[in-house]
Ligand binder design. Structure first.
Ligand SMILES: [Zn+2]
Length: 304
């Protein structure tokens, strides 16, 4: 498909993060206005270097007006790429009160997104479990009003998912989807650990393809993988696009979608991602259409 055809294809993007999705011009403006340094751009020597860059980007968001602006610009950019719905990871707890109450952060995001994006409310593994419980309380207050799921992100090897199972179970019991990150450097073991959380989708899950039994489980339980190949390359999880497992999993019948995860750091959007991935893996038009269809079908918003 040509870039125009890729753009015309209706699709959803189910895995990206608020602070990793600030446009280049806005990043510069926010840095100028605050006197703070520009976040370093990828590729990153390791995940720790990315965390530093990510925190720099988060520092640039200083008011709820900034949140509203980033959300508005994000959905406008997505619309130009034919992305009709986005699911954005937002982790108010990581602002530690700097932007006021967490409800205000959500309100600003949803106002800016104007019905074109839902929130995956992020639990940060590096914060205490009590903070995760507070995040679930927040998610429950906003369920049905823009928060569609609860996520889990942060240093996976240092903080395995087990302790977060009780708050995530509480979110699931109230009807919220659970969509944890996993397999970003922890391989099949990390994916297996995340599968015990009863997710509807998994972010990344790189390494699942190494274990045929796990691939079978993902297929049987219809767990969708929201993979982000260029992000994995930028963070050194896989050496290059050619080595990424997405096409193998797709062709094995696992439900997968394509996302950018960190478009602000990659300097590209979903159509660019589709273009470079379809080139690297020689995707057929049918496979590209399947990725787009799956993204709409497995989304948790009105696009489904
Ligand atoms: Zn992510």
């Amino acid at each position: 498909m040509t870039p125009d055809e890729l753009r015309a294809l209706p699709k959803a993007e189910l895995h990206l993060h608020l602070e990793s999705a600030i446009g280049a011009d806005t990043t510069r403006e926010l840095a100028d206005a605050s006197g703070l340094p520009l976040p370093p751009s990828g590729p990153f020597p390791d995940q720790a270097a990315f965390v530093v860059a990510y925190e720099r980007a988060r520092d640039l968001v200083r008011t709820t007006a900034d949140v509203r602006r980033v959300a508005r610009e994000l959905v406008e950019r997505q619309a130009r790429d034919g992305v009709v719905w986005s699911e954005v990871h937002v982790a108010p707890a990581t602002y530690a009160g700097r932007l006021g109450p967490p409800d205000g952060i959500l309100e600003a995001f949803l106002d800016g997104a104007d019905g074109r994006a839902g929130v995956v409310l992020g639990i940060n593994r590096g914060l205490p479990v009590a903070e995760a419980e507070a995040t679930v309380d927040l998610a429950l207050r906003w369920a049905g009003r823009g928060v569609v799921a609860v996520g889990l992100a942060g240093a996976e090897a240092a903080f395995p998912p087990g302790p977060f199972a009780p708050p995530l179970r509480r979110a699931a019991a109230a009807g919220l989807a659970v969509v944890p990150h996993c397999g970003e450097g922890t391989g099949a073991d990390g994916v297996r650990a995340a599968l015990a959380l009863d997710p509807v989708r998994l972010c990344h899950a790189v390494g699942a393809e190494q274990d045929p039994r796990l691939v079978e489980q993902l297929r049987e339980r219809a767990v969708c993988l929201d993979m982000a190949p260029s992000s994995n390359v930028a963070l050194g999880i896989v050496p290059d696009l050619a080595a990424h497992p997405l096409p193998t999993l797709l062709r094995a019948g696992v439900e997968v979608t394509l996302s950018t995860d960190i478009p602000g750091f990659l300097g590209h959007g979903l159509v660019d991602e589709l273009e470079s991935c379809s080139r690297a893996w020689s995707l057929t038009d049918d496979e590209i259409a399947l990725l787009a269809r799956t993204s709409l079908r497995r989304s948790l918003g009105p696009a489904a």
